[in-house]
Ligand binder design. Sequence first.
Ligand code: B12
Length: 215
Amino acid sequence: MSEPSRLYQAILEGNAKDALAITQQALAEGANALELVNGHMIPAMDEVGRRFENEDYFVPELLLSARAMKAALDLIRPQLASSGAQPAGRVVIGTVKGDLHDIGKNLVASMLEGGGFEVHDLGADVPPEKFIEAVRTTGADIVALSALLTVTMPAMRTTIEALSQAGLRDRIKVMVGGAPVTDQYAREIGADGYSENASAAVALARRLMAARTAA
Ligand code: B12
């Protein structure tokens, strides 16, 4: 693979077909799965994130790159698991109860996967008890809550309270986001972090994992 690698370029350009074909070929030629992820794919998504922050890329480009990343990652994931590589962390993500908006949440989930996290996506309109069940069955480190409606924002608080009542709050970090959510609101409801977009969500998740390890 030449520099800048063809895989890096395919993900940066949001070309899922090429990303898939290049990954397939690289694996067939004996490429190391972890090296493909860390050396080519994650740097590509980091660059996508930078371009998004600088407003050179917008949501459609982000979605295309995320899709290309996911396509390549789907091929690589079994090899990563068998090589014993640890994920950056385990995240349970969902849009809270009453809220059907899932485009932003899907983007955050894809970017987190791109950032090396193991993501369990519960979908939209997720009641607190489903989050609780998922934390228990997956051993999640982080719960990520999305809300797009002002009327469903309180469901984030309810979910955090339910996690506390279930005795799980101390062993997980909670991050929240969605267009009407703010940093201040996140603090008010007892979340551990907020970020306003999907690329910042990856950086936030990494910080929360570091804080978790340090604690
Ligand atoms: C698409 C859309 C819909 C679609 C949703 C399709 C889907 N599968 O998601 C449909 C048509 C179903 C819909 C329905 C409704 N909608 Co609507 N919808 C939108 C719209 C146009 C775009 C939302 C979107 O996808 N944005 C793009 C994504 C990429 O951005 P994002 O979601 O904000 O996510 C980013 C960040 O917020 C962040 N993020 C998101 N989640 C998380 C989570 C974490 C943990 C982190 C860290 C970060 C993070 O990262 C993301 C990527 O960068 C918005 C308007 C708008 N401009 O936001 C209205 C909007 C959200 N909808 C609105 C309304 C009112 C409704 C309805 C009530 C309409 C109705 N009367 O039926 C229903 C409610 C249905 C329900 N129960 O949920 C209002 C909400 C007003 C309010 N303040 O509450 C808005 C703002 C439109 C408006 N201006 O009035 N809607």
